[in-house]
Design a protein around this ligand. Structure first.
Ligand SMILES: CSCC[C@H](NC=O)C(=O)O
Ligand SMILES: [Zn+2]
Ligand SMILES: [Zn+2]
Length: 409
């Protein structure tokens, strides 16, 4: 028989309620989510605004005004949507937010969106509640808690559109916090930049004919050359990362220094014995922000050209997406909090793309952190979970971090 569970604090119940709202792509329930967030704002006594860049896709902004509202504000951003599930591979209903005790005695909250990234959104709010309960009436800078839709599908109707809107400019953000990743290590990862997503499609065309013949100039060998070259490049980059050091210069190589390449889709052909007119290969390429984008783009174009293959991009991000940490007062404030709470902070580049890119390209600093240490990385995976203790630590962390950041003079 399962051991009976203890009574959890209201903050945990609020997290469960948020997780139970099916904001799952491709048909997220944003109406229920918007209502839930508005209710939370009312409960916390935070004035709030709801913006819609597209009908039925609410952006909720809650505002805690600072003593000096003319100073650039602190944005606490999170997305409300979550990715789809393969329900048959889950040990619990992914939208029940059940709590299950593991072998180490930890209570796991299992649900889609626990790590990515409803934990972060709820921690922001519960941290503000704690600060207020502690008698903190106002911080120096204004704090905006921002909840956006559609991050998981690129943010076109969410953060991307919002950044073009006057109400975004009026937030006057000096810093925006956004998501990071869990880590199995005993530290928090802080992401100061991201790789650039390039979704490349190579299409080869050639002669057709009977599948039993040696037909010259067919699509297959052309596309195979391109695939081989890219997979070879992939291997080299992987090797550099594993070695951890540049052979020539001795410089350390970290995740952010390498470019990843994955063959993600292959298509074409009609029948086994008909040589196809066209074949197509799609790659998800994540370009290191320290790479010369023009040079790399030229290399890909030349690779395609040399093999008589056409190249087009479903997505090709080339804008700046790094927040430099040298002499960065926000990063210094985060590190102070890390020291105080005895949680090491490790700066890195994120492999995935978040809504931060729409904000960094405006010149606004963004730092990504998700307060999950000693946890496997389960975003977009089956049985995504965080422990109750991790969530409670996250609240405590933001309680300190929000105060520290919003009081930066
Ligand atoms: C570039 S739009 C897709 C964004 C997505 N973000 C999280 O997984 C990603 O694939 O990185
Ligand atoms: Zn996310
Ligand atoms: Zn995601």
């Amino acid at each position: 028989m399962a051991a009976s569970l203890p009574e959890f604090p209201t903050s945990v119940k609020n997290f469960q309620r948020y997780l139970q709202i099916k904001t799952v792509q491709p048909t997220p329930d944003y109406a229920t989510c918007g209502q839930f967030l508005r209710d939370m704002a009312d409960e916390l006594g935070l004035p709030h605004q709801v913006y819609e860049m597209a009908p039925g896709k609410p952006i909720v902004v809650m505002t805690w005004e600072g003593k000096d509202p003319t100073l650039p504000s602190i944005g606490l951003n999170s997305h409300t949507d979550v990715v789809p599930v393969y329900e048959e591979f889950w040990s619990e209903d992914p939208f029940a937010a059940n709590i299950v005790q593991d072998d180490a005695g930890e209570h796991r909250i299992i649900a889609r969106g626990t790590q990515d990234m409803k934990i972060v959104g709820m921690c922001y709010l519960e941290a503000i509640r704690e600060l207020r309960n502690r008698g903190v009436k106002q911080l120096l800078r204004t704090v905006h808690v921002i909840f956006v839709p559609d991050e998981e599908i690129g943010g076109a109707d969410g953060m991307q559109a919002f950044t073009q809107h006057d109400s975004f400019k009026k937030l006057n953000l000096g810093l925006m916090l956004d998501e990071g990743l869990a880590t199995p290590d005993n530290l928090y990862k802080v992401y100061y930049g991201e790789k650039a997503p390039w979704w490349a499609r190579f299409t080869a065309e050639g002669n057709t004919g009977h599948g039993s013949k040696f037909i010259p100039n067919t699509a297959g060998p052309k596309l195979a050359n391109v695939i081989n070259a890219l997979l070879q490049f992939r291997g080299q980059e992987e090797k550099r990362l594993i070695a951890g050091k540049d052979e020539a210069t001795g410089k350390l190589i970290r995740e952010g220094d390498v470019t990843t390449v994955n063959l993600t889709m292959l298509s074409g052909g009609k029948q086994h014995n008909v040589v196809p007119h066209a074949l197509e290969a799609c790659f998800d390429i994540r370009v290191s922000p320290f790479v010369d984008y023009e040079k790399f783009s030229a290399w890909l174009a030349e690779l395609a050209h040399r093999n008589d293959v056409t190249l087009d991009y479903e997505l090709k991000y080339t804008k700046p997406n790094v927040t430099f940490l040298e002499n960065n007062p926000w990063w210094a404030a985060m590190q102070r909090v890390g020291k105080r709470l005895d949680i090491p902070h490790d700066a890195d580049i994120l492999t995935g793309a978040t809504d931060s890119r729409w904000v960094r390209c405006l010149g606004i600093p963004c730092l990504g952190v998700s307060p999950m240490r000693n946890h496997p990385i389960l975003l977009h995976d089956h049985d995504e979970y965080v422990t109750v203790n991790c969530y409670l630590e996250g609240i405590h962390y933001y309680e300190h971090l929000i105060e520290e950041l919003a009081n930066v003079g």
